[in-house]
Design a protein around this ligand. Structure first.
Ligand SMILES: Cc1ncc(COP(=O)(O)O)c(C=O)c1O
Length: 353
């Protein structure tokens, strides 16, 4: 029975279901692509310093200090930077402010499952473009009338990277619509498309501090693009929430970009662990898609993926399973510490025999 007070939109919404955050201790948690290493000590120091009397005051609504830091880091101007409460919020504003038109937007059939949810919330028509047989994004398939294009690079949950040259091809062939590259995982093996924003006024790149900078709990997302695209996002943001970033998030975000050595070190560790894990899983008979992310998508030709996920769970190891066509025999596994990966491999060895 639907409550009569609900609006039509709310009645028809199919909300996103995030990977679970179980309350149990001692779990090997490889299900939501968090970083297994903590944030930079300089981030913790900055947050501790800010935690005081100043918290009674609102934060800078513009997050100017963080915009300035990001602009310097990526060699763009601060008016080309947008900030949000996690990149999910940035993406929400993108769907409402830049992708909502009468023509359908395009995204891959296998991709971040929040995209169709935003389409439902903001009434954006969309079409899914099938990935190639090998799960890569074939940019030529996007050469058709559209109200915008969005995809993650590397794609989620495949982990596969679309080369920058292909992205440039897409931009060349879509000058009439916005192309959004969601770079949530770019730091684990890809090259950012931010270098192209000055040449393509239709390019918007989104990123997050949740993954490569270990700050999923602080909620900081960003977008970089042409200043006029950013202005559209600011208009939505300033009609929605003036203060998406707390004082703690602003100072923590600045410190995260300033401590580049720590960032490089933990990215390298995750990449090395990924390479080791792929080798070991392959030895166990798994087929693993080539990943440039902090997770992998893998299947075992003789094992049912749903069953394997449940068996791992009973052993305290949580991985992500999507009961969805084309990937229902795959598991998405976040790269953990060497110890966590070892526990996963030991459990799989027992299960597969
Ligand atoms: C492809 C992709 N984009 C965006 C996000 C959102 O990240 P956040 O809101 O933590 O910045 C995620 C998180 O899992 C993701 O997988």
């Amino acid at each position: 029975m639907i409550n009569p007070f609900w609006s039509d939109i709310v009645r028809d919404l199919e909300p996103y279901v995030p990977g679970e955050q179980p309350k149990l201790a001692n779990l090997v948690k490889l299900n939501t692509n968090e970083n297994p290493y903590g944030p930079s000590p300089k981030v913790l120091e900055a947050i501790a310093t800010e935690s005081g009397d100043s918290l009674r005051l609102y934060p800078d609504p513009n997050g100017s200090a963080l915009k300035q830091t990001i602009a310097e880091y990526y060699r763009v101007s601060p008016d080309q930077v947008f900030l949000g409460n996690g990149s999910d919020e940035v993406l929400a504003h993108v769907f409402q402010g830049l992708l909502k038109h009468s023509r359908p937007i395009l995204f891959p059939d296998i991709t971040y499952s929040f995209y169709p949810v935003y389409c439902g919330l903001y009434q954006v028509p969309f079409e899914r473009v099938p990935l190639a047989e090998n799960f890569s994004i074939r940019v030529a398939d996007y050469e058709r009338d559209n109200g915008g294009i969005i995809f993650p690079n590397p794609n989620a949950p495949t982990g596969m990277l679309t080369p920058l040259a292909d992205i440039e091809w897409l931009l060349e062939h879509n000058r009439q619509s916005v192309v959004v590259v969601d770079e949530a995982y770019i730091d684990f093996g890809g090259e950012t498309a931010i270098s192209l924003v000055d040449r393509y006024p239709n390019l918007l790149v989104t990123q997050t501090l949740s993954k490569s900078r270990s700050l999923a709990g602080l909620r900081i997302g960003l977008a970089v693009g042409n200043a006029e695209l950013i202005e559209a996002l600011e208009r939505v943001k300033n009609s929605f929430n003036s203060y998406p970033l707390s004082r703690l998030a602003i100072v923590g975000g600045v410190a995260a970009f300033e401590d580049d050595a720590y960032f490089q070190k933990i990215c390298r560790r995750v990449i090395d662990s990924r390479q080791q894990l792929v080798i070991k899983l392959t030895e166990l008979g798994f087929q693993v898609l080539p990943s440039a992310a902090n997770f992998i998508l893998a299947r075992h030709p003789q094992q049912d993926a749903g069953e394997l996920m449940l068996q791992l769970r009973q052993r305290g190891i949580i991985v992500r399973y999507f009961n969805q066509p084309r990937i229902e025999q795959h598991l998405r596994i976040t790269i953990g510490t060497a110890e966590q990966n070892g526990q996963l491999l030991a459990a799989l060895k027992q299960l597969i025999g």
